[in-house]
Write a protein that binds this ligand. Structure first.
Ligand code: MOS
Length: 715
């Protein structure tokens, strides 16, 4: 048999690229079941209180309106508690129950929906609904002093709490050099290009949902609990996702609204959230305030890290982040204390957003490390090297692989870090100040249990199937490459079907776990298939010939993969080092990123082209976080005032400089047989502090509030 060149490691172009660019890829909102009707969601205009009266008469008389749904006529839903909460849901509290009562918990809460023949009629009718409220005093101000006290008791399992090792406060008091600084990270929104859309269609007591989601099988599970339905009766379809960044990890209220509306209208209903509604109807990265205290000896060896964070949270759910994990794992330090608290506000629930928690905590930690380097008069890279964590000091485990030193070296070399003149304000080009900054990136590598079915056909093609998602990172392509190699077939002979809850089990498409989870299951399935082929009585040169020699049209096998003993013996993580040059025009307050180099240790790279694409996307997200992205919060109304893409700034190509991505060699075969650690989140980690440190280097001013917008540079 002529084995093709191995596909793994090749810069294969996206296998779903042609479908996307020709418009034949079908996204959730593009399905068109017969008799489709359209819903418009009406949302509350006060942050707290209750509905006194809803007047729907005007809306109901508009021709083409099929139903108006609110708590006055919606079915009472059981909202059963799940036996085990999915890891994407908050650990405690109750999810928002739609149309189950008059209470208002935040501004922008869905309170009614209009179903009509067309979207235009639904929108017009929605604007005719009159609602009278009884307002209550709302907590719309972020007051860190009011946060719930952290305790050792609650620190486990993503709850607010305290953690650490040694005697951090004692060590801090005795440290030769200290840093004590407070940092603010603004509330940020995912703003994927594709809005959230759900189409619900009932056939008798069976429900089909076409939904933008990062986890089709979890939508089944959650909707089954909300409606008290048998899971077997729900199917969720989501073959393409137009970006999500965490906003589609969990199942939001509009999915329930679509199902209620479709039942009440007696026909399929499509609910698409407007761009404005996306700022309340799904989650966001919570506003977080932190204080970091570092202690070190004169040689720069860390003796103490104390990092405290307070993050906003809704009143009805407890969404907590792993914000303070980097304080415990990034550097070697005998004395660490962290305290994480949540500040309840009358807001919608936050949720994971790219690099959730870690990126926020790392921002403050790395910004403080830059301050420490300055206090010590030490090169920032040298300070990191002196505090390199040879093991995960939180768990005591060795790393399954770690090439971070190579990341620092390679990144610094490609960037030309040696040309940095340490003194702030010492580098200029024309009227602009030049600043160089760097930071460490770290994001834990995880896997989830996954299954794959693989089928080969007598025409020489193969199909692999799993209920995975691809929100844009290239999952269709990379896992097709893995299967192609495992079967000894060319990439274009293999097709990957995903995004359907009826397919074999896949874990959430988040936390950078998909490749290592679903990819490993793909190898397992294809190896099982090859074993079956080997055991067939008649032999042929190729798979197709073997099948034909045995008079078979097709042959199937299943494979599965799950994390194992390695999670007990080793800690696994992706690592990186980010280097940034900024240009600052002090007169205008303008900060531009001139260039960025990211050097990453992500284990084996399955597809360097797509991996680079992932990284430049993450780097751009980091530019937004550092310089542009911020929900403008009006405390009077408890409302985001720039809930649109004209006023909420996200980086576009004009904001994006030369982004240089390099993957340092390394394979992590302890973590999984593929040797790949997963990518995605690592690429946003460290970008914001590298930029803020570069702004300090350029200007000599510490701006400890991100995003660093012009008014903060001038102010
Ligand atoms: Mo990512 S925030 O796990 O979608």
């Amino acid at each position: 048999m002529n084995a093709p060149t191995p596909a793994i490691g090749q810069p294969v172009s996206r296998v779903d690229g042609p479908a996307k660019v020709t418009g034949t890829a079908r996204y959730a909102g593009e399905f068109a079941p017969d008799g489709l009707a359209y819903a418009a969601v009406v949302t509350s205009t006060i942050p707290k209180g209750r509905i006194r009266r809803i007047d729907t008469t005007a809306a109901e008389t508009i021709p083409g309106v099929l139903a108006v749904v609110s708590h006055l006529n919606a079915p009472s839903l059981p909202y059963h508690e799940m036996e085990k909460r999915p890891q994407v849901d908050p650990k405690s509290g109750d999810q928002l129950q739609v149309f189950q009562g008059p209470d208002i918990l935040f501004n922008g809460q869905p309170v009614a929906a209009v179903v009509a023949q067309t979207q235009e009629i639904a929108d017009a009718a929605a604007s005719c609904i009159g609602i009278a409220y009884e307002e209550a005093e709302a907590r719309t101000v972020f007051d860190p002093g009011r946060g719930r006290e952290p305790s050792e008791e609650t620190a486990k399992g993503g709850r607010p709490g305290a953690s650490g090792r040694g005697d951090a406060d004692g060590a801090l008091a005795g440290a030769a050099v200290t840093v004590d600084a407070a940092y603010v990270q603004a509330r940020e929104h995912h703003n994927a290009i594709e809005p959230h859309v759900t189409i619900a269609s009932w056939e008798g007591d069976r429900l089909t949902l076409y939904d933008k989601t990062q986890w089709v099988q979890n939508v089944v599970d959650e909707i089954a609990h909300v409606f008290g339905m048998d899971k077997e009766k729900i199917r969720v379809i989501s073959p393409f996702v137009g970006g999500a960044f965490g906003s589609a990890l969990r199942t939001w209220p509009h999915v329930t609204i679509a199902a209620i509306a479709a039942r009440m209208a007696g026909r399929p209903v499509r609910v698409e959230l407007s761009r404005r509604q996306l700022y309340n109807a799904v989650g966001y990265r919570p506003h977080t305030e932190q204080r970091v205290r570092l202690g070190a000896d004169r040689d720069g060896k860390l003796t103490a890290i104390v990092q405290e964070a307070a993050a906003q949270v809704a009143t009805y759910e407890e969404y907590a982040e792993t914000t303070l994990q980097p304080a415990e794992t990034t550097y070697s330090c005998p004395n660490v204390r962290t305290a994480y608290r949540l500040v309840e506000m009358d807001v919608n629930s936050p949720c994971p957003m790219r690099g959730p928690g870690i990126v926020t905590g790392l921002y403050a930690l790395e910004a403080a490390m830059d301050e420490l380097a300055f206090e010590l008069g030490m090169d920032p890279v040298e300070l990191r090297l002196r505090n390199h964590a040879d093991t995960n000091e939180k768990t005591g485990q060795p790393w399954s692989s770690k090439e971070l030193r190579t990341c620092y070296e390679t990144g610094a070399e490609r960037f030309g870090w040696a040309n940095r003149i340490p003194e702030p304000r010492s580098m200029r080009v024309g009227t602009e100040l030049v600043g160089y900054g760097m930071a460490t990136a770290i994001y834990h590598a995880d896997r989830g249990a996954a299954e794959m079915q693989a089928t080969v056909f007598a025409n020489g093609t193969a199909v692999i199937r799993s209920a995975a998602s691809d929100m844009g990172p290239g999952t269709y392509t990379s896992i097709t490459q893995i299967a192609a190699d495992a079967l000894g077939l060319p990439v274009d002979a293999v097709r990957f079907e995903l995004g359907d809850s009826d397919l074999p089990t896949a874990p959430v498409h988040g936390g950078s776990i998909t490749l290592a989870s679903v990819g490993t299951a793909a190898s397992a399935a294809c190896e099982a298939l090859r074993d079956k082929l080997d055991r067939l009585p008649a032999k042929g040169g190729s798979i197709a010939e073997t099948l034909r020699a045995n008079s078979l049209d097709r042959l199937d096998a299943k494979g599965k993969a799950a994390p194992g003993e390695e999670t007990k013996t080793h800690a696994s993580s992706a690592f990186g080092a980010v280097f940034v040059e900024v240009r600052v025009d002090e007169g205008l307050g303008a900060v531009r990123v001139k260039r960025m180099v990211g050097a990453y240790d992500v284990g084996r790279v399955v597809n360097p082209k797509i991996a680079r694409s992932q990284c430049i996307g993450g780097m751009m997200g980091g530019i937004g976080m550092a310089l542009m992205e911020q929900a403008e919060w009006d405390e009077r109304f408890g409302k985001v005032m720039n809930a649109n893409l004209a006023e909420y700034l996200v980086p576009v190509c004009a904001d994006t400089p030369d982004l240089d991505v390099v993957f340092v060699p390394g394979e992590d075969t302890i973590f999984n047989p593929l040797g790949a650690k997963g990518l995605a989140e690592i690429a946003i980690c460290g970008v914001a502090p590298a930029i803020t440190s570069a702004v300090f280097h350029a200007t000599g001013r510490r701006i400890r509030h991100i995003p660093i917008m012009a008014e903060r540079v001038i102010g």
